[in-house]
Design a protein around this ligand. Structure first.
Ligand code: FAD
Length: 435
C-alpha cells in the first residue's frame, strides 16, 4: 500500500495553500474534480470572464497579498472602490441599508428610525414594543432575534430579514446570532445618525482586488508553490479508516500520518463512520447565472442586493464595471434550500425568469443575451447554528486525535473568505513542520 506523511484532500484554495506552505515535501493532494480551484474557478466564454459567483478579494494580510502577487507575473490586478446598492421600492439605496435609512421616503425613514431607537432603548414604551419588533428585552437568542433587537422592526422587515431569507433559504431563527461573523455589517444608533450627514459606508470590503484573468489567477499563484506532480486530479476520497489511518480513494488505498481535508464536513464524517447528528449540518445552495450581453448598461455600480420576494435573485454583480468593459457582464445569484431540486430544466426556466426580472428591475432593456453559463454551488452558505457549532467542535476533536484535520469554508463549516482559508492553511502547515 502507498503511504504518505500528509494526504491533502481537495485542490481548492485551502488544500493547495496547505501543500504550498508545507516545508516537508512528503505530501499528496487528491482532488475529485478534473481541475484545481474548487469554488475559485474562472470561466471564459465569448470574451467574457466569469467566476463561480462573484469572487472579490479583500486582503487584510499584506504579506499574503504580496506572496500571491509575486506568483502572478504578467497578471494585472485591479483595485476597485466598491459601489454597492440595495434595490428598494423602485430606487437604489446605498449599502448597507441600516446606515442609509435616510435615503428612504420620509414615512419609511421615520418608521425605521423610530423602531431602531426603541429597539435599543431599555425604556421601551408599551406601544413601541409591538411596533419595534421584539426589542432588547427579548435578547438575541438567534440571528432573527438579533436583527430585531439591534435594528428594530422597520430595518429588519424591510431589508435584513427578506434579503437573508432569500440568501440562506431557511428560517433565520434557526441560525446562530453570529452566523455571519465579521461579514455582517453591524452599525449602532450613533453610526446610523452620523452617516446621515457624512456618508461612511466603509465595510470589511470597501475596496477589493480582482485579477484580469479572474479568481483562478490566485489559485494558480498558490499552485505554483506546490511540488510538481503532487496533485492527483479525478481522484475522490471515499472512506477513511481512522484507526488504521488509511484513506480509500476512487483509485487506491493510501496510508497517511496526517490527513488534511477541505471536503464538506458532513461528508467527511460520513466517510469515517463516526456516529454523529447529521441533522446538525444544513446549508443553502446557490444557482449562479453568468450572463453576457451585446452592449453596456449602467456604470458606477458593482453589485446590487434585492430583498424583494417578487424578484428571483438576491444579488447581482457587474463584471463589466470592474473590467471597464463595453458590454454588460453580470453574475446573478439565487438561493435554494439544500434539498430543493435544481435540474437542467429548472435552470432553463429560471434563466428566462431572471431575464424577465432583470428587465423589470431596469437592469437591462433591449439588451441581447450573447453568452451565458450557470453553476450550482452546493453547499454555498452553511447554516451556522448552535447544533452545528457544538457537533463540529465535538467531532473535530475526535478526528484530530486520529490525525485528521478538517479545514476551509466547508471543512470548518463556517463563513470565511479565501484569505481566511490561506491564513488557516499556512498556520496548520507551520504546526506540522514544527511538530
Ligand atoms: C456565493 C459565494 C461567493 C463567494 N464570494 C467570495 C468572495 O467574493 N471573496 C472571497 O474571498 N471568498 C468568497 N467566497 C468564499 C470562497 O469561495 C471560499 O472561501 C473558498 O473557495 C473555499 O475554498 P476551500 O478550498 O476551503 O473549499 P472549496 O473551494 O470547496 O474546495 C474544496 C475542494 O475539495 C474537493 N473535494 C471535495 N470533496 C472531495 C473528496 N471527497 N475527494 C477529493 N476532493 C474533494 C472539491 O472538488 C474542491 O475542489 C464565496 C463563496 C460563495 C459560496
Amino acid at each position: 500500500m502507498e503511504s504518505v506523511r500528509h494526504l491533502i484532500v481537495g485542490a481548492g484554495i485551502s488544500g493547495l495553500a496547505t501543500a504550498a506552505f508545507l516545508r516537508d515535501s512528503d505530501y499528496l493532494v487528491i482532488e475529485a474534480a478534473s481541475e484545481i480551484g474548487g469554488y475559485c474557478k474562472t470561466v471564459k466564454r465569448d470574451g467574457f470572464t466569469w467566476d463561480y459567483s462573484g469572487h472579490f478579494f479583500h486582503f487584510k494580510h499584506a504579506d499574503i497579498e504580496a506572496w500571491l502577487r509575486e506568483r502572478m507575473p504578467g497578471q494585472t490586478v485591479r483595485t476597485v472602490e466598491k459601489k454597492t446598492f440595495i434595490a428598494y421600492g423602485g430606487r437604489l439605496v446605498d449599502f448597507p441599508f441600516q446606515k442609509n435609512i435616510h435615503q428612504l421616503p420620509q414615512d419609511e425613514f421615520v418608521e425605521c428610525l423610530y423602531d431602531l431607537y426603541f429597539a435599543r432603548s431599555s425604556d421601551v414604551p408599551r406601544e413601541a414594543r409591538s411596533s419595534a419588533g421584539v426589542g432588547k428585552l427579548a435578547g438575541e437568542a438567534n440571528f432573527k432575534e438579533m436583527l430585531y433587537a439591534r435594528f428594530g422592526r422597520g430595518i429588519a422587515e424591510k431589508f435584513l430579514i427578506p434579503y437573508n431569507e432569500k440568501l440562506y433559504a431557511c428560517d433565520l431563527a434557526t441560525l446562530d446570532k453570529d452566523a455571519m461573523g465579521r461579514f455582517f455589517p453591524h452599525a449602532d444608533l450613533t453610526d446610523i445618525i452620523r452617516n446621515m450627514r457624512v456618508a461612511d459606508n466603509a465595510s470589511y470590503n470597501a475596496t477589493f482586488t480582482y485579477p484580469e484573468g479572474g479568481a483562478i489567477e490566485y489559485v494558480k499563484a498558490i499552485a505554483s508553490a506546490v511540488r510538481p506532480g503532487a496533485i492527483a486530479k479525478d481522484e475522490r476520497l471515499v472512506a477513511i479508516d481512522l484507526r488504521q489511518r488509511v484513506a480509500k480513494t476512487s483509485r487506491r488505498e493510501i496510508r497517511f500520518e496526517r490527513l488534511v481535508t477541505s471536503a464538506p464536513f458532513g461528508e467527511l464524517v460520513r466517510m469515517t463512520g463516526l456516529a454523529h447528528d447529521a441533522s446538525a449540518f444544513t446549508w443553502n445552495k446557490v444557482l449562479v447565472f453568468n450572463l453576457g450581453f451585446d452592449k453596456k448598461a449602467a456604470r458606477d455600480r458593482h453589485w446590487i442586493y434585492y430583498p424583494s420576494r417578487d424578484v428571483s435573485f438576491y444579488r447581482i454583480g457587474y463584471y463589466d464595471n470592474i473590467f471597464d468593459a463595453d458590454r454588460l457582464s453580470l453574475y446573478v445569484e439565487l438561493g435554494f434550500a439544500k434539498d430543493a431540486r435544481v435540474d437542467a430544466a429548472d435552470v432553463e426556466r429560471l434563466r428566462a425568469r431572471v431575464l424577465d426580472d432583470l428587465k423589470r428591475e431596469g437592469v437591462i432593456d433591449d439588451h441581447r443575451l450573447v453568452a451565458h453559463h450557470s453553476v450550482v454551488m452546493d453547499p454555498a452558505y452553511v447554516h451556522i447554528t448552535r447544533a452545528s457549532i457544538a457537533e463540529h467542535a465535538r467531532l473535530s476533536r475526535i478526528l484530530k486525535a486520529h490525525g485528521v484535520y478538517s479545514i476551509g469554508r466547508y471543512g470548518g463549516w463556517t463563513y470565511c473568505s479565501i484569505e481566511d482559508n490561506i491564513v488557516e492553511a499556512r498556520a496548520l502547515a507551520a504546526d506540522f513542520d514544527a511538530a
